[in-house]
Design a protein around this ligand. Structure first.
Ligand SMILES: NC(=O)c1ccc[n+]([C@@H]2O[C@H](COP(=O)([O-])OP(=O)(O)OC[C@H]3O[C@@H](n4cnc5c(N)ncnc54)[C@H](OP(=O)(O)O)[C@@H]3O)[C@@H](O)[C@H]2O)c1
Length: 237
């Protein structure tokens, strides 16, 4: 119960990694606020958490919405930004305005949320951002997703200096079994099997694997400016 009397805000907490982290933080004794765009998803998520979280509708892409969120949350201890809706596409095929929104949300949303959160986070608290192996391992079609997570990693290192003693860390995940993978449609299973065959740990990650890392970063009081790799060893090969 190392997070007892601590308040954790998870933006993107209604699904996947964010939701698993909400559960893990509750188990460590924290009070938890989950935020995302859909009240319906938030309601279902909170049902799965035994109605133990507080839910607030918020859009990482919308400054007004984030201002309302941080006003409602008040002082707190840990911010985890798990929200994202990554877009993919080969450069020859993509519409610029459509694809740029994913970088806008991931990078400027993270910037804005950090700016609004910093005055309200406890001095011994922390911020955690999500990144993925695409930040360092190129995959055709992932140009904007890769650039946006790489930007967040670089941003995090600067924030670790500027906001200290508040700690700022990043989780860089490999392929994780969450609703995000539904966008692959009938290729989903093949992608999972291919990844599981390739990586040293021979399986895809679970949302709980990443939640474990997120809670570790909340509790680890001498860790800042780090990128924690949670990918089954994918980058070793
Ligand atoms: N799954 C993977 O393989 C993988 C790998 C590497 C990195 N990641 C990263 O890990 C993070 C979590 O992914 P996940 O797999 O858990 O995805 P997920 O299950 O789809 O969850 C995404 C969450 O973000 C919320 N969200 C999306 N856009 C938002 C916005 N503009 N404002 C507020 N909330 C928003 C969604 O809720 P609403 O729809 O209600 O807004 C949902 O709660 C993402 O940053 C993703 O890029 C995932």
């Amino acid at each position: 119960m190392k997070l007892k009397n601590q308040k954790v805000l998870i933006v993107g907490g209604s699904s996947g990694i964010g939701l698993a982290t909400a559960k893990a933080a509750l188990e460590e004794g924290a009070s938890v606020v989950i935020a995302s765009r859909s009240m319906e998803k938030l309601g279902k998520a909170n049902h799965s958490l035994g109605q133990k979280a507080m839910i607030i509708q918020a859009d990482l892409a919308d400054k007004n919405s984030l201002e309302t969120l941080f006003r409602e949350v008040g002082p707190f201890n840990h911010l985890f930004i798990s929200a994202a809706e990554p877009k993919t596409g080969l450069i020859r095929d993509t519409d610029l305005e459509d694809i740029r929104s994913s970088l806008e949300t991931r990078f400027w949303g993270t910037y804005c949320a950090t700016q609004l959160a910093a005055p309200n986070i406890a001095r011994d608290g922390s911020i955690i951002y999500m990144s993925g192996n695409a930040a360092v391992h190129p995959i055709k079609g992932s140009s904007v997703g890769s650039a946006s997570v790489a930007a967040v990693e670089a941003f995090a290192r600067v924030m670790a200096l500027e906001l200290a003693p508040i700690r700022v860390n990043v989780i860089r995940a490999g392929l994780i079994d969450t609703p995000l993978l539904d966008r692959y449609g009938n290729q989903r299973q093949g992608i999972i099997e291919g990844y599981s065959k390739r990586v040293p740990l021979k399986r895809i990650g679970s949302a709980e694997d990443v939640a474990e890392a997120a809670v570790y970063l909340m509790k680890s009081t001498y860790t800042t400016g780090t990128i924690l790799q949670v990918d089954g060893g994918a980058l070793l090969i």
